[in-house]
Design a protein around this ligand. Structure first.
Ligand SMILES: C[S@@+](CC[C@H](N)C(=O)[O-])C[C@H]1O[C@@H](n2cnc3c(N)ncnc32)[C@H](O)[C@@H]1O
Length: 324
């Protein structure tokens, strides 16, 4: 599949707001912008075009995405370094780009989750609406697949994955049914799983709970890709990479991700001066300040223009003190 097939349908999420938040940090010539989830390079292209002195370090775990982004960003080839890595490898990626892993970056964007291309490529198994192999790896070159999870995890492990990552009420019941069915035949395709979910989740709960496969597919994707662990490991390294005045924007698409972002930012925006002291002790003030109030959502108009923006929760922060 080539970029043209995705191009017209691919609108970067909250582009204008991301620019308002990151832009003030990106104007200086030579400023470094890390796009930790490069995807098809939609956000990256905008920033490279808007800020002519900007240098991009783009990361993605998906080799297909990197190939397409490289093609799209060819006009800026002398200003970009693309690295195949998960975003928790940000420090190594910076080193690879000849930069310091700390205090060197002016702006970081993390637009989490799957890309429209990954969803569109039916054979990768992310979408429950089409029958496809149960794969779901964002990096198709490594790691376990969704079928491996279904066919090898114990009942308890399956139930934990579905409950924790999918917030699925019927996790135990679904896990029992998976274990029962795989004894007859291992799972290979998404249609088998979707059929099981239709049969297992009570019809009465569908009106409020959305498509019966939605939560299970989300849970399997998070497990297969270690998404939350990767995010938890990436954020401290990303925050450390930012120089004074450097800014980070994170867009989450599920409450679990947003919670991790909130938790990782909390100690950084909090003063370490003892509460009973009347003045801030030197070097003990907060390292960052929030640029968003809580988690910002997309406006109705943005969701109309780009339905992918509907679940987004955006948080942004700026470094206001050197690292301690
Ligand atoms: C929502 S898309 C990004 C779209 C991009 N902002 C654009 O405008 O085209 C998310 C991308 O992040 C990548 N990704 C997800 N988890 C990742 C991780 N842990 N490390 C690196 N890349 C990851 C996916 O492969 C996907 O290409």
């Amino acid at each position: 599949m080539n970029r043209e097939q995705h191009g017209p349908r691919h609108v970067p999420v909250l582009l204008r707001r991301a620019d308002e938040l990151l832009g003030p940090a990106l104007t200086e010539p030579g400023a470094v912008y890390v796009d930790a989830t490069l995807g098809l390079g939609g956000h990256a292209e905008h920033f490279l075009r808007t800020y002519p002195g900007l240098r991009l370090v783009g990361l993605d775990r998906d080799t297909n995405a990197l190939r397409l982004a490289e093609e799209r960003l060819r006009p800026f080839a002398d200003r970009i370094t693309l690295v195949h890595t998960t975003y928790d490898g940000i420090a190594d990626a910076l080193t690879q780009a000849g930069l310091d892993p700390v205090d060197s970056v002016s702006g970081i964007l993390m637009d989490l989750g799957v890309s429209s291309m990954q969803l569109d490529e039916a054979e990768r198994g992310f979408a429950y609406s089409v029958d496809a192999p149960l794969d779901m790896r964002m990096d198709p070159t490594t790691g376990i697949t969704a079928a491996d999870v279904l066919n090898t995890y114990s009942h308890g492990e399956l139930a934990r994955v579905l409950k924790t990552y999918g917030e699925e009420r019927f996790a135990g019941k679904i896990a029992s049914e998976v274990v029962r069915r795989r004894q007859q035949r291992p799972f290979t395709t998404s249609a088998e799983l979707v059929e099981l979910l239709y049969a297992t989740i009570p019809a009465a709960t569908r009106r409020t709970g959305g498509h019966p496969a939605k939560r299970t597919f989300q849970a399997l994707r998070v497990e297969v890709n270690g998404e939350l662990d990767s995010l938890r490991a990436a954020l401290p390294a990303a925050l450390d990479a930012l120089r004074m005045g450097g800014r980070i924007v994170v867009m989450s698409y599920q409450s679990l991700e947003d919670r991790v972002v909130k938790q990782e930012l909390a100690p950084r925006i909090t003063s370490r001066t003892p509460v009973d002291l009347p003045v801030e002790l030197p070097g003990m003030g907060p390292e960052f300040r929030m640029l968003t109030r809580g988690a910002e959502k997309a406006t109705e108009r943005e969701v109309e223009e780009n339905p992918r923006a509907a679940p987004v929760r955006m948080r942004a922060a700026e470094r206001i003190q050197e690292r301690g």
